[in-house]
Design a protein around this ligand. Structure first.
Ligand code: SF4
Length: 435
């Protein structure tokens, strides 16, 4: 039987090879999974032209996934370096790579990604349109914006961030309700400026059905962009953010009518005490469509440490409903991340995702920690490294300060509580100073 998208297949009761792979990977019953995909509560982004894809499921009941943003910029055009970052991101367990290239021949890098990279690939066509047409922003036509979506779909991109929620109505709300940081989304600011300069409706909103037809043809998942995501705590959960979410919930329904898979993008900067409510509102309004959060960063005062502010917010967001975390690196707000920044950002996001999976009771998530607990109890340092999220760092730390007694570490030496408790419970004598 023929099908157009993973959602269409699920609704027709077809078990695609991608769905079966996800079911096996997640250890979830395939009959349960197919129902979730049919309802839109799990997505399997899998463009028909991305032949080397290792499919991942994103959504309820599955492990929390992470995305890594990469790509060239005017100040950084080295494609080999970007491919090196891609390989290390995949090796470290990133399930998705977003190519945010905004300089040079972006199609070369994009096609290289979809022909060589097994991770789910995402893009933001708005950035690319500006580079591709090489003309004044206001002169790009509505048709040209949509043509770039088609080009990315043909190139094999699995999901695209499309900023179609910032329509004229949302823009009016944004203007009436002043914000401290205005619009901080790159794509959102571009399309807002285009709307202001041309007086036209957002083309991705006006011609949304055409965008959906392209997505249906190639099975591209829509990542409904949040142009009005708060860029500082003061703007969190304000009228513009909520107005856009209302628009995104309507656009979700329209996508589902055409069997197009959808996820919703979310905040942003947000005080810790507002995260749970935001996740619940999104889940209720968008009928459980997977939530893809960009942080949330729980404080604004930590440039250089924003992988930590985002990991705190990401862990809470994922605990209360988010399914997909966009990594944030220590370079956030400061510069394009280098290889080490990428690594730090991935590790921080993986920790957040895993912590949430434990809290949500994702089957098997806790096993990793229980294995680590056992290794620590046995003072089995090799196993401790093996179960570390970053074995190399753990090994280097221990090697940098060798303990006097090999079975302990230099933190407490002979006062090692673990060793002393093991001994006393085994009926041995414990002596701190005499050994
Ligand atoms: S020495 Fe202290 S920190 Fe190190 S393993 Fe023993 S109890 Fe843990």
């Amino acid at each position: 039987m023929e099908y157009a998208t993973q959602m269409d297949a699920a609704r027709k009761g077809i078990y695609t090879k991608e769905l079966l792979a996800v079911a096996e990977d997640e250890k979830i019953d395939k009959d349960e999974l197919i129902k979730l995909v049919a309802k839109g509560q799990v997505i399997i982004p899998a463009n028909k032209n991305h032949k080397c894809l290792k499919p991942s499921g994103i959504g309820t009941k599955l492990r929390t996934k992470i995305n890594v943003n990469l790509g060239t910029s005017r100040d950084w055009t080295d494609l080999d370096m970007e491919m090196e970052k891609v390989k290390s991101a995949v090796d470290m367990g990133a399930e998705a790579i977003m190519d945010l290239s905004s300089c040079g021949d972006t199609q070369v890098f994009r096609r290289k990604l979809t022909s060589e990279c097994p991770a789910v690939i995402g893009t933001v066509p708005i950035y690319d349109a500006v580079v591709y047409y090489k003309k004044a922003l206001k002169d790009i036509t509505a048709k040209e914006w949509i043509d770039v979506v088609r080009m990315h779909a043909e190139d094999g991109v699995d999901f695209m961030t499309i900023h179609c929620g910032i329509n004229k109505e949302t823009a009016r709300k944004f203007k009436r309700n002043k914000r401290l940081m205005n619009i901080v989304s790159r794509g959102g600011s571009i399309i807002y400026a285009w709307m202001e300069m041309t007086g036209n409706e957002n083309p991705f909103y006006e011609y949304y059905d055409e965008v959906l037809d392209i997505c249906r043809q190639y099975d591209v998942t829509m990542s409904l962009g949040d142009a009005c995501r708060p860029g500082c705590l003061k703007d969190a959960t304000d009228a513009a953010q909520i107005e856009e979410l209302i628009a995104l919930s309507e656009l979700t329904n329209r996508a589902w009518e055409k069997d197009v898979q959808v996820m919703i993008e979310g905040p942003g900067h947000m005080p810790l005490n507002q995260i749970k409510a935001n996740m619940e509102v999104q889940q209720a309004m968008c009928k459980g469509a997977p939530f893809y959060v960009l942080g949330p960063l729980v404080t604004d005062i930590a440039p250089g440490y924003d992988h930590i502010t985002a990991a705190i917010g990401g862990a809470i967001a994922a605990t209360y409903g988010a399914s997909f975390l966009c990594y944030v690196t220590p370079a956030e707000h400061l510069r394009l991340p280098d290889v080490n920044d990428v690594k730090e950002g991935i590790i921080a996001s993986k920790i957040a995702a895993h912590a949430a999976d434990i809290a949500k009771g994702v089957p098997g998530a806790r096993d990793w920690d229980d294995n680590m607990g056992q290794a620590r109890k046995e003072l089995d340092w090799e196993k401790t490294f093996e179960y570390s999220i970053d074995p190399e760092k753990a090994r280097n730390y221990r090697a940098s300060a060798k303990p006097e007694k090999e079975d302990t570490c230099s933190m407490c030496g002979n006062f090692c509580a673990v060793k002393n408790m093991n001994k006393i419970l085994d009926g041995e004598i414990v002596s701190i100073f005499d050994e």
